[in-house]
Design a protein around this ligand. Structure first.
Ligand code: PLP
Ligand code: ZN
Length: 367
């Protein structure tokens, strides 16, 4: 089976060597891709995410852009009556899990000969894309909402990227970037399917770290759903490759101030109100996620659900995590607050995995 871009709206295929980021009809792409790994071959390789080389859709090894990132540790932490394995994705080179996607997507861009890109972000995806573009020598412009933490905007500029601050919220920023992307390749962590194939390494790593067993429950933050959809993709590949024998229950976390997916999940036919995006959890303040249907579908198919957390719960959780030695950003604390909630409602010995998505050093001002 050859790898191709597939439009999720009209079903049209594009060859993988075509430098397009969306279909002529306006739809977003998934990748048609045949995956397969051999656990014993993988296990002797260097501890980074490129150890899953066979399932990463970059053809030419010389195009790989990497800082030896990934294979972050999976630390057991006690929450009430449960032990939860927390993936330490704040320890990536740019301080968030977005490096998983950036490494694979920018490698592909290098392979395609792309010289200039735009990207938009609440901060962390911008940092990741800017860093990997710097390493690849690709000219990069990052759009952010003007309220973005200064730690993140400074970081983006340090990598030599052009920074454009957009008045308005995250969704306004995305609309501005779409205009620019009419003439420049869009290195988007939301539109670009290669980004999701980088994020799927989250699932591969978790399963390998659990001796090639799938966890029972995985609790993940959801803004645009890149991590949740990436994880879903990875678990699905491992399942169809018969490396694991179950699909974990996927639980999505949203801020109570900005819960479009949690609302749509609980009331599929309810009236949609545009939520406010002014939450401390800036990384998940997405009012209109592009891949909403895919996200809702993934959560439903795994018998999952959503948990929402209030601003107070985020603040409490941020403090509690600090007192346990984890300096994390408020968006990551939102996930930890949901983990706390989940654990106070169950009493069993299921294997639960969650993730620390971003480092506290990025958001010191907000904290
Ligand atoms: C991007 C981000 C998220 C949310 O990821 P989505 O792909 O938008 O669902 C969560 N936490 C942090 C720290 C992030 O940077
Ligand atoms: Zn199409």
């Amino acid at each position: 089976m050859k790898t191709e871009l597939l439009c999720t709206s009209c079903g049209k295929f594009y060859p993988e060597n075509e430098p397009v980021w969306r279909c002529a009809c306006g739809g977003y792409f998934d990748l048609k891709f045949k995956a397969g790994i051999k656990p014993d071959v993988v296990s002797v390789r260097k501890p980074n995410l490129w150890r899953y080389r066979e399932v990463l859709p970059v053809i030419n090894d010389d195009c790989i852009v990497t800082f030896d990132e990934g294979y972050t540790s999976l630390v057991p932490v006690r929450f009430g009556r449960c032990t939860v394995f927390l993936k330490q994705d704040q320890l990536f080179p740019t301080g968030s899990f977005k490096d998983r996607g950036a490494s694979v997507m920018v490698s592909k861009m290098k392979e395609l000969g792309i010289r200039r890109v735009v990207e938009d972000s609440s901060g962390n995806a911008g940092c990741a894309v800017a860093a990997y573009c710097a390493s690849a020598g690709i000219d990069c412009t990052i759009y952010v909402p003007e309220s973005t933490s200064p730690g993140k905007t400074k970081q983006i500029e340090s990598y030599g990227a052009r920074l454009v601050k957009v008045p308005g919220d995250r969704d306004q920023t995305a609309r501005e970037t779409l205009k620019a992307a009419k003439s420049v390749y869009y290195a988007s962590h939301v539109w670009n399917p290669y980004f999701f194939h980088g994020l799927k390494t989250f699932a591969y790593e978790v399963c390998e770290q659990l001796a090639w067993h799938a966890p029972d429950v995985v609790i993940l933050p959801v803004g645009n759903g890149s991590l949740l959809l990436g994880a879903f993709l990875g678990f699905n590949e491992l399942l169809s490759d018969r490396v694991i024998d179950q699909m974990p229950v996927l639980i999505g976390v949203q801020a109570a101030l900005c819960p479009p997916l949690a609302r749509a999940f609980d009331a599929p036919h309810g009236k949609f109100e545009k939520p406010s995006s002014r939450t401390l959890a800036e990384g998940i303040a997405i009012c209109e996620p592009l891949r909403a249907l895919q996200i809702l579908n993934a959560v439903r198919l795994t018998n999952g659900r959503f948990i929402t957390v209030t601003e107070e719960e985020i603040v409490t959780s941020l403090r509690k995590m600090g007192e346990r030695g984890f300096y994390i950003e408020p968006t990551a604390a939102a996930t930890m607050a949901a983990v706390e909630k989940y654990c106070s409602s169950v009493n069993d010995d299921r294997v639960i995995v969650s993730v620390v998505t971003g480092h506290g050093l990025k958001a010191a001002g907000k904290i």
